[in-house]
Design a protein around this ligand. Structure first.
Ligand SMILES: [Zn+2]
Ligand SMILES: [Zn+2]
Length: 343
């Protein structure tokens, strides 16, 4: 079988990789769609992010869906032919945080295509993948495989929206409108936000943000005064979702958050300096959002019922044999949002 393997920054190869054995509680999934994530792009461009670095060749990819080919000897619930979204996270279920129901904080998490542990957990951009049965989530017949492969990034955004608390009738600002920012717009709209303003520094993502439900958009590279106009009084937004990971974006957004507002930091760049006096004086609550837990199955359900439509975010599909081209395209936000590989 062939897979997409990162060897070093800018050294991405489509090559032959070994097949893993099928355990009694595993299923073999023929992968059909795989979305390129921001973290995949960090491995591709920089060899990792923060302290997480590639130390051996690693198959990339964790946003995947496909069809079950074969099931392990003890599997009853799933059969070959069932189409599934694959949940890339496999928490240990026994550590302190798993037992508290905080699976995203598992001390022994295995996440496809992640260099956080060594040996790395090999990823899912491959023709066939072995997954534990708990990670294979049957998808409704109404969904395409490409949509099902959006379940992971959508789950990240549903989790972020949960971190914010109730959004019904609230005024929301989303800074950074890549795939995650756009999916936050969709999720916030679904959660009942009355007004959603989205910002970015390039026009193409802002067009997508409008198509998925932003009330208005601001290109802050050209028109930062338009954002500043929301600073009247002590600021107007109840909730800020910061999805750019950019310090300047967070700083300017803090000026337009109203007193008592909530900031959910979703994007991760490097470390940031924060104007603590603004956070103190306006009693702003700063909250992190990391990965997801049960929101994965929720994402599959909401898409399946037609309550959240991710199709406008999915702009391009290329064969996995053209992975390098696809990674370059996904890096160019002036013309692409979510880019998927087909297998
Ligand atoms: Zn992802
Ligand atoms: Zn655990």
């Amino acid at each position: 079988m062939r897979g997409v393997v990162i060897h070093a920054p800018k050294d991405l190869r489509v090559e032959e990789i070994p097949a893993a054995p099928l355990g009694p509680r595993d299923v073999r999934v023929r992968i059909q769609a795989g979305g390129i994530c921001g973290s995949d792009l960090h491995y591709y461009h920089d060899g990792g992010f923060g302290a997480v670095r590639i130390r051996e060749p690693m198959v990339l990819g964790h946003e995947i869906a496909g069809t079950i080919d074969e099931v392990g000897a003890e599997i009853r619930r799933l059969t070959p032919g069932i189409r599934v979204a694959v949940n890339p996270s496999r928490p240990c279920d026994v550590c302190q945080f798993c037992r508290e129901g905080l699976h995203q904080h598992c001390l022994d998490m295995r996440f496809f295509g992640s260099a956080m542990r060594f040996p790395h957990v090999q990823g899912a951009f491959r023709q066939s993948l072995i997954v534990n049965e708990t990670q294979a989530i049957p998808m409704p017949t109404t969904l395409t495989t490409a949509e099902a492969a959006m379940a992971e990034p959508l789950a990240v955004c549903l989790h972020a929206v949960r971190q914010a608390g109730p959004l019904l009738g609230k005024s929301v600002l989303v800074t950074g409108c890549g795939p995650i920012g756009s999916l936050i717009v969709l999720s916030a709209r679904y959660a009942g936000a009355a007004d959603i303003v989205a910002t970015d520094v390039t026009p193409f993502p802002l067009e997508i943000a409008e198509r998925v439900g932003a009330s208005s958009t601001i290109n802050v590279a050209k028109d930062s005064a338009k954002l500043a106009s929301h600073a009247q009084g002590k600021g107007t937004f109840h909730v800020l979702f910061e999805a750019s990971g950019n310090e300047a974006a967070l700083r300017s957004a803090l000026d337009v958050v109203r007193p008592g507002g909530v900031v959910v930091q979703v994007g991760i760049g490097g470390d940031m300096k924060l104007p603590i006096s603004v956070i103190v004086a306006k009693e702003i609550e700063l909250r992190g959002s990391f990965r997801f837990d049960e929101e994965f199955e929720m994402a599959v359900e909401l898409m399946g019922k037609g309550l959240i439509n991710v199709k406008p975010v999915l702009t391009d599909t290329l064969s996995f044999e053209r992975a390098v081209e696809a990674f370059e395209l996904a890096s160019d936000r002036s013309r692409a949002m979510k880019v998927q590989l087909s297998f």
